[in-house]
Design a protein around this ligand. Structure first.
Ligand code: GLA
Length: 771
């Protein structure tokens, strides 16, 4: 039983064969946290784990000496300041950052949440209006709900914990209910999804930091005294930080060490914070960013926080990532495309930008079809009179100058070529220069008395208004139903700055940023429900909203607007900390690359893009004959291996943030094969011998290693790293490949010892197969 309740001792133990999470009702009625980590035996009483001690200056709740026979800690005092808690408050003795705050009508923010009951059930419930992980069968997980109340204010809190049976995963969220007398409004000015107090601070904090075009770089530093945090106040999860953090024991690497991974299933403003107090206790929390957030609760109303996902690994960062991948791929992503192999697309953005007409589009599509591409995606510039980015967002009807037969006719023509058709939209936005804005200036966020900031010449529609989301749904539903559309790229190209909703009262204003993202979710839910077989890809100026919330609606996301393979290696590596390969959309683009002006071989571009949902972002009519042959070979390779890459276990081998080389691999669930990427940024001169240790193989199986040819993508036999196409390949035991490694050095003293192209940004792909 994953949830064990010991009513007599007030102990709650969530456990499976990987993790344990132990809580108890404290002597003052609040909930305490006793243990989170690798699984331990269950027992009736864990109260001896509660550490108390006299500390100067600490506000004392009461002296425990001689009190409550249940907890046997002897003579000491009970102060919240030094107790690990489940969901701490501020103002009643704990001086650290609180998980919540309730502003009451008398101005008080004091609260005391007392345990008043619990319930358990099989499986997991849906979160109202919010994305969340799920179960397909109730036996996959069990849920515990702890009920607490603040008697003085009438606030009631439910802490929800779900533990998965076969994964080291616990999900949490909180539900607030105003149980006070009619007419009384409580204002939640802070409501975290999760708080976790850990006994010490011997951790490195790892987060994903970046910017547009270089999203999700791995950032790691030791925890130090005080508060350290990351977050977003941009109205979307952002390019700058991702709603994820890992606390890894000092020295933890990819394969060993203890890691706590924490992710928030949410796409709006978030805060992740670790506070190390003077006693070295770490308080970790995640939730909606409290800046510009306050949620009024009238009597009887409730508020549900987004879901936090807690992953435990004692197999290093790799173990943590594989758990996130499994959960997010199979129990967060949903629908028709969840388990299906994703189509190979060609997108015209970098080929034409907004300067195209039907003939040009059909020319690219026809050429791409000859190469084996399966879907054409028409990007920005097809609607209103959008010849540049200063106009027409909101006017979701085709520009008949460019496309005389509209989207309906174009999509039919593309399908007649034997390809599927996809379309770009950016529903949350409006250009000031648009029919929609002229008709409804009151539909944008911002206040009439103030100047409103623009981003990319656009304004943000106010999705807290149901008339706006209804209008968007009806417009887009008609557009999609009226054409042969198989894929939607849903973009979002500016951060929210002026979060003010016209026509709404003062209390409403601090709910706007959260309501905005709820509006996005509502629209996604309706459209994905109406078109269940359409593949949705989310996007936000590249990877500005690459988060678990989006994955619930769109099983893949455009990883970055930087399509240079040399840059993508870092972006994909960082993204893989949390997100499965199936969620990363990667395209081969033209050289010189449009973002970095770097030229990288066609093989490297394909070899890096292969690890995800694959496509092209170039003008297929501009390819040389040689490139056409290479593209055909790439496509053949992707078609053969995409299902394998989507379902296998992912291992990171060498980090681009540590040196010149990057390595990662996918191992089949039966461990009988693996596909490996070795990427080297700069061509070294007279370098030493280099080996890369593989992971995840069966140590006792003998494997033959082959390498993909850089032109034909056919497998060439290898003998311990050196090409040996004429000879019989040697087999290597898995333990040898994992402990000694695969030889990567292919040239010594400038003399070529193999046929591998010597170049900067060199990628190699290996196949390791049991013989
Ligand atoms: C964003 C996307 C790009 C492209 C452009 C179109 O930047 O990330 O892929 O769709 O918008 O304007």
């Amino acid at each position: 039983m994953p949830v064990t309740v010991h009513e007599k001792t007030g102990i709650f133990h969530l456990h499976n064969d990987k993790v344990s999470y132990v809580m108890m009702v404290l002597p003052n009625g609040e909930m305490g946290q006793l243990y989170y980590g690798s699984c331990i035996h269950d027992r009736e009483d864990f109260s001896h784990l509660l550490e108390l001690g006299h500390r100067d200056m600490a506000p004392v709740v009461f002296d425990t000496e001689g009190e409550d026979g249940r907890v046997r800690w002897g003579s000491t005092t009970f102060s919240l300041e030094h107790i690990r808690q489940e969901y701490p408050s501020y103002g009643t003795g704990d001086m650290r950052q609180p998980a919540f705050e309730i502003l009451q009508e008398n101005g008080s923010r004091l609260s005391h949440l007392e345990y008043c009951g619990y319930r358990t059930f099989e499986g997991k419930e849906k979160l109202p209006g919010l994305p969340a992980t799920y179960t397909e069968d109730n036996s996959e997980a069990q849920t515990l709900v702890l009920e607490l109340e603040d008697k003085a204010s009438g606030a009631r809190l439910e802490l929800h914990y779900t533990i998965y049976q076969d994964l080291p995963v616990i999900t949490r969220h909180a539900v607030w209910i105003n149980k006070s007398a009619a007419g009384i409004t409580l204002v939640l000015s802070r409501a975290m999804s999760l708080n976790l107090d850990l006994p010490d601070s011997d951790y490195d904090m790892i987060d994903l930091a970046g910017a547009s075009l270089r999203e999700r770089y791995v950032d790691r530093h030791a925890l130090h005294a005080g508060v350290q945090s990351i977050g977003s106040m941009r109205g979307h999860s952002s390019h700058q930080f991702n709603p994820f953090v890992a606390l890894a024991r000092t020295g933890t690497d990819e394969v060993s060490g203890e890691v706590i991974g924490l992710s928030l299933v949410y796409s709006g403003n978030f805060l992740v914070q670790a506070e190390v107090d003077t006693m070295g206790v770490t308080r970790l929390m995640i939730g909606i960013h409290p800046q510009s957030f306050a949620w009024p609760l009238k009597a009887g109303e409730s508020f549900c926080t987004p879901e936090a996902v807690l992953v435990y690994s004692d197999e290093g960062l790799g173990g943590m990532s594989r758990t996130f991948h499994k959960l997010f791929r199979n129990r967060l992503a949903r629908g028709y495309w969840r388990d299906r192999e994703r189509p190979i697309v060609i997108n015209n953005w970098e080929a034409t930008y907004m300067k195209f007409d039907e003939a040009k589009i059909l020319e690219i599509a026809a050429e791409a079809k000859k190469l084996g591409v399966e879907m054409f995606v028409l990007d920005d510039g097809w609607f209103g009179h959008r010849d540049d980015d200063s106009t027409s967002l909101g006017d979701w009807y085709p520009d008949l100058k460019k496309l005389p037969g509209g989207i309906a006719e174009l999509s039919e023509k593309v399908e007649a070529l034997g390809m599927k058709f996809g379309l770009w939209i950016e529903p949350e936005m409006v250009s000031p220069e648009s029919d929609l804005y002229r008709a409804h200036p009151e539909w944008v966020l911002g206040s009439d008395e103030r100047h409103i900031c623009q981003g990319r010449h656009q304004l943000e529609l106010d999705l807290s208004k149901s008339e706006v989301t209804d209008h968007l749904y009806e417009t887009l539903e008609k557009l999609i139903a009226g054409a042969r559309i198989s894929y939607i790229k849903w973009d979002m190209n500016r951060s929210i700055s002026d979060a003010f909703s016209r026509g709404n009262d003062a209390l409403f204003q601090e709910t706007v940023l959260h309501r905005q993202i709820l509006g996005v979710y509502r629209l996604y839910e309706r459209l994905t429900e109406s078109f269940p077989e359409i593949l949705f890809e989310s996007c936000a100026s590249g990877g500005g909203r690459f988060d678990p919330g989006m994955l619930y609606y769109a099983p893949q996301a455009w990883t970055s607007d930087d399509t240079d393979a040399a840059e993508r290696v870092k972006i994909q590596y960082g993204t893989s900390l949390v997100y499965p390969l199936s969620s990363m959309s990667n395209h081969v683009s033209a050289v010189p690359n449009h973002q970095t002006y770097r030229s990288v071989s066609m093989f490297t571009r394909g070899a890096v893009a292969a690890w995800g949902s694959f496509g092209y972002e170039l003008d297929a009519t501009h390819l040389t004959e040689e490139e056409q042959e290479e593209v055909k070979a790439q496509i053949g390779f992707i078609q053969r291996w995409r299902g394998y890459l989507q379902k296998g276990e992912f291992y990171r081998l060498l980090s681009p943030f540590d040196g010149n080389e990057t390595g990662w691999m996918v191992v089949a669930p039966d461990k009988k094969s693996g596909l490996v990427l070795a990427y080297r940024d700069r061509q070294p001169v007279n370098a030493g011998y280099r080996r890369m240790k593989l992971q995840g193989l069966d140590p006792d199986l003998a494997y033959k290693v082959r390498e993909a040819d850089h032109k034909t993508w056919e497998w060439l036999n290898l003998e311990n790293g050196a090409r040996a196409s004429e000879r019989q390949p040697l087999a290597h035991y898995g333990d040898e490949l994992m402990k000694i490694g695969l030889l990567l050095s292919d040239a010594a003293c400038g003399v070529r010892t193999s046929q591998v192209t010597q170049e900067d940004a060199q990628a190699r792909i290996f196949l390791v197969e049991a013989v």
